[in-house]
Design a protein around this ligand. Structure first.
Ligand code: ADP
Ligand code: ZN
Ligand code: ZN
Length: 709
């Protein structure tokens, strides 16, 4: 009797072991390969699985093992991807199956349609072999680059300071300095090698049709695969297939694209590398940027990290010479940098007094100084962009007699009042954490008083007050509510591009990516709300956002032309984050927060892990984490160099009826931190069904390198 063929596979379950199946060569054809996607009987049903090992033995009794059902016609996942996923699974303390299976698009998870899908795609390919158009929108050739950009491109092309093929390069330059034009030209050179593939990662919010067109314009004769959560499952499934079969040479996508099979990958660019959307916030909580660097190292090819405000980690590595450092210090088209103005809202000279000319009837968030600047900008026929990071009409409704507040019954947060039209025909209260919608009470639920008042302002209320203050101006609101309605976000952006709008009110969703041409003024109204927050990264994030926002002003100005103005309303103009912004001193700010973190021994000068716990009551969640901590101590599992904090409630403690707590674990020793996290995961999994503890029904999760504490 010939040796049996045994395949070991993983499935999408929190089980660390692989499962053995027999391979019937007569039925299934050729020998199985590692990385192959197959269907196996599992429990009472079927599961899609990935082959991780092929051998002639099993630790189980051969005649008890079941047979593989079906084999997909897809090529096996390539070995480089399997190595990457294996690393991600270990580092982020999640099982291999749970890390690998979610990277396969839904379209390829139904064995019945495998063949049909492949046939359809190949058929479509024959008819229309080139998926890319030939527009030349925003196309700047290597010859057209300015002197500074040319130097940057040369530095990218000439690895003079390193003999290795693996290079991590930070490309730092303010918004509008022409980074995109530089790295697209660099990619263009790499793609001259036949069949080479390049991955371009962008933040969630930046992957706009405008960017897609711009990338296409550079590579009219290449096939591009676009992968992000916004494309339909079908499109994503096709793009993934084009990438894994090597047909697509440009893979443009958000974080999930970092885990696409790309058998001939030769370079990676991570645009806006500091952006928090690169961190996956569920399942295997990976950082796509960090995985991309690992992948480049593993594959021995270069990776470019591009940003106007790099993450502190990256900036320090570049300063220390661990990364190559390329800078662009001028705006590509020669326009000046925007002027930054800090408006001290505590200073009465900046505010309207009653009876002032032009004072709005209702109290507005827009100070007198800002209003005057907007009027001037409007008269000069330039567009104004006004940002506030709170959508809805007002963040809370209150009773003037008993101080009742519109708390959400499910969460530890307030329900936001929305005007008619946003979420139905009438005004409603809506919780932005759990989505609960309620009608507006006529009377106070506690005391019966009919005089209910709104507190604070959101985008809708601001829109009203702007319409009141500039009755002639064409005002447009851009936020998740307005873009969900008839017109999608893209159409709203187009209105701005086409000059059909004078004043735009919106959340930060308007601040990213888009290359507007006629914005003379940008105002930020709620910077303070994000200045003093429990999260030690708050200032770093705020700074990055403000630089990003400022970059929208005077973007396309020609040589020596005005850079536009950015106004920031704040009660704390002396705060360092504003002072560095005033001087456009990105490096000064980075050095400042580096010192601060170093002194406080916070990341990146130490490393962190987190255990999340979610229960019906906070007491239970905290109790669960306290027990875990006690157990770790008792079993001598906490080395001297590792610090386990006390469990605490999360900032938004209650969401959708669950109460949430966390345990921070910290160490300057990465290896020890990794070990303790793995031990915790193993310990908790032993007493759990999946990741829910059997006794107390508490949902838990271990996270490495959390970005929000
Ligand atoms: P960044 O990525 O640094 O924000 P971009 O590459 O998007 O900068 O360039 C900003 C704007 O300047 C874009 O409209 C781009 O088309 C234009 N641009 C870039 N490089 C040049 C150049 N060398 N000559 C003229 N325009 C340029
Ligand atoms: Zn009341
Ligand atoms: Zn809620």
């Amino acid at each position: 009797m010939p040796d049996p063929i045994v395949v070991q596979v993983v499935v999408d379950k929190p089980l660390s072991q692989g499962f053995d199946y027999l391979w019937d060569a007569k039925q299934l054809g050729a020998l199985p390969q590692v990385g192959q996607i197959i269907e196996v009987p599992f429990g009472r049903g079927q599961e899609i699985a990935v082959v991780i090992k092929v051998s002639a033995h099993s630790d189980y009794q051969i005649d008890k093992i079941k047979y593989v059902d079906k084999v997909s016609p897809l090529p096996p996942l390539n070995l480089a991807l399997l190595r990457l996923i294996n690393f991600a699974s270990q580092y982020y303390v999640h099982t291999l199956g749970e890390t690998i299976l979610p990277t396969i698009p839904q379209m390829w998870k139904k064995a019945d349609s495998w063949k049909k899908n492949v046939d359809k795609i190949n058929e479509a390919r024959k008819k229309n072999p080139k998926a890319i158009g030939s527009q030349k929108e925003g196309f700047i050739t290597a010859e057209q680059l300015n002197a500074e950009q040319k130097k940057a491109l040369e530095a990218l092309n000439n690895p003079s300071n390193s003999g290795t093929k693996f290079r991590t390069i930070l490309l730092q330059g303010q918004t509008g300095s022409g980074k995109t034009a530089v790295f697209l030209n660099w990619i263009s050179g790499i793609l001259e090698e036949k069949d080479a593939q390049v991955l371009l990662l962008v933040p969630e919010i930046n992957l706009t049709p405008q960017l897609e067109r711009r990338v296409r314009a550079y590579f009219p004769d290449k096939i591009m695969a676009v992968l992000h959560s916004g494309v339909t499952e079908k499109k994503r499934g096709i793009a993934w297939y084009e990438a894994m079969t090597g047909k697509a040479q440009i893979i443009l996508g958000t974080r999930l694209a970092a885990l696409t099979p790309m058998p001939n990958l030769k370079a990676i660019v991570v645009d806006e590398e500091h952006d928090t959307s690169y961190k996956q916030q569920e399942g295997t909580r990976y950082s796509a940027r960090d995985l991309a660097i690992w992948c480049a190292h593993d594959g021995q090819f270069p990776i470019v990290l591009s940003s106007a405000t790099p993450s502190l980690e990256t900036w320090i590595a570049a300063k220390a010479g661990r990364y190559e450092y390329i800078r662009l210090d001028q705006r590509a088209q020669g326009a000046k940098l925007p002027r930054v103005h800090l408006i001290n809202t505590r200073d009465p000279r900046n505010q309207y007094s009653p009876g002032d000319q032009g004072a709005p009837k209702t109290k507005s968030l827009i100070s007198k100084t800002l209003a005057q600047a907007i009027s001037k900008n409007y008269q000069e026929q330039k567009q104004s962009l006004i940002l506030i990071n709170r959508r809805g009409y007002a963040p809370v409704l209150s009773c003037s007699s008993c101080n009742w507040l519109s708390k959400c019954s499910q969460c530890s947060s307030y329900m936001v009042m929305h005007k008619p039209g946003a979420l139905g025909k009438r005004s409603v209260l809506n919780c932005h954490h759990c989505g609960l919608v309620k009608s507006i009470p006529q009377f106070c639920p506690d005391c019966g008083n009919a005089d209910l008042k709104t507190l604070g302002q959101g985008t809708q209320k601001l829109e009203d007050s702007i319409e009141e203050m500039w009755p002639q101006a064409r005002v447009l609101r851009v936020d998740a509510d307005s873009s969900r309605k008839s017109k999608g976000a893209e159409e709203l952006f187009q209105e701005i591009h086409d000059g059909n709008v004078d004043i735009v009110v919106g959340t930060q969703m308007i601040a990213k990516g888009h290359d507007y041409q006629n914005i003379g003024l940008v105002a930020v109204l709620d910077a303070d709300a994000r200045l003093y927050s429990a999260d030690f990264r708050a200032a770093e994030r705020l700074f990055a956002q403000l630089v990003q926002v400022a970059g929208r002003a005077g973007r396309a100005g020609a040589e020596g032309e005005d850079g536009g103005d950015i106004y920031i309303e704040t009660q704390y103009p002396e705060a360092p984050v504003f002072q560095y912004l005033l001087r456009h001193d990105v490096d000064g700010f980075m050095a400042y927060i580096a010192r601060e973190r170093d002194e406080a021994k916070l990341p990146p000068f130490t490393y962190q892990g987190l255990v999340h716990a979610e229960a019906k009551s906070l007491e239970k969640a905290i109790g669960f984490l306290n027990e875990l901590k006690a157990r770790l101590k008792q079993h001598g599992m906490v080395p001297i160099d590792v610090y386990v904090y006390d469990p605490v409630p999360k900032t938004v403690m209650r969401v959708a009826g669950s109460e949430r707590a966390q345990l921070v674990i910290e160490s300057t020793n990465r290896k020890l931190l990794q070990e303790i996290l793995e031990n915790i995961d193993r310990d908790l999994r032993q007493q759990s069904q999946g990741r829910i503890s059997k006794v107390s029904r508490i949902r838990w999760l271990v996270e490495r390198d959390p970005i929000a504490i």
